[in-house]
Ligand binder design. Structure first.
Ligand SMILES: [Zn+2]
Length: 226
């Protein structure tokens, strides 16, 4: 029996847990990991890799500059994993690069090994990214939790699951779920925050219409984070 994002959301509908999710969102915003447009026309908005424009962007890889927050995130995820009753993993595998930092902390929290992985060059006909262990191959049949910092479509988890098909997936975790999980990752999933995000095609973008500039946030970080 798998829990998908929607199942987890339904389970978290009671007020107390909703507050907890919003608390995490707030904490991540305060630490400038989640950036949100302030409604000011002089503030740029995010041009995403997909070509869409958005009022929200995640500087999730910058969590590594806040190790104490990363530790709190991994403690909470560890609690949720135990509450969900997932199988205890033997190893934790994190998608490079943002997922790797969280994977180290989560592995420490769970008291299991961390497996560093690298992303392989893909052929143009590969639908999903491929990964390989960087140093040591975990034992065949080991139970694994896959980690990514932000999950958008779920495709990275499918890539990880396929690349480590000799392991048994216990589940997948992210700090943030961008909410468009369009692929079936075929394993349980948990995220700490599910922020509301708007995405627009450039010709119908209300932020462009108010003369806000669409910029790639990682190339213009100083214009987004002040
Ligand atoms: Zn726009």
């Amino acid at each position: 029996m798998y829990f998908y994002v929607t199942d987890v959301l339904c389970k978290w509908k009671d007020k107390q847990k909703e507050v907890k999710m919003r608390d995490w969102e707030k904490l991540l915003e305060e630490n400038k990991i989640i950036w949100r447009h302030d409604g000011n026309e002089k503030t740029p908005h995010a041009l995403l890799q997909s070509g869409l424009h958005s009022d929200v962007f995640f500087f999730a890889d910058e969590l590594v500059y806040h190790p104490s927050l990363l530790k709190r995130v991994s403690e909470r995820l560890c609690t949720l994993i135990k509450k969900q009753g997932w199988d205890k993993p033997d190893v934790v595998v994190g998608a490079p690069f943002g997922g790797a930092y969280l994977a180290v902390f989560l592995a420490a929290e769970l008291g299991v090994d961390y497996v560093p992985v690298e992303k392989l060059e893909c052929n143009s006909d590969d639908s999903f990214d491929r990964f390989a262990p960087e140093r040591f191959q975990p034992k065949e049949g080991s139970k694994v939790i896959f980690v990514d910092d932000v999950s958008t479509t779920g495709s990275t988890f499918v890539g990880l699951r396929r690349s480590f098909s000799n392991l048994q997936p216990a589940g997948a975790v992210s700090i943030i779920c961008r909410g468009r999980q369009t692929v079936d990752i075929c394993m349980p999933f948990i995220a700490l925050a599910y922020p509301e995000v708007s995405e627009y095609s450039p010709d119908k973008c209300p932020l462009c219409a108010m003369d806000s500039q669409a910029l790639k946030p990682k190339l213009h970080r100083d214009k987004f984070i002040k």
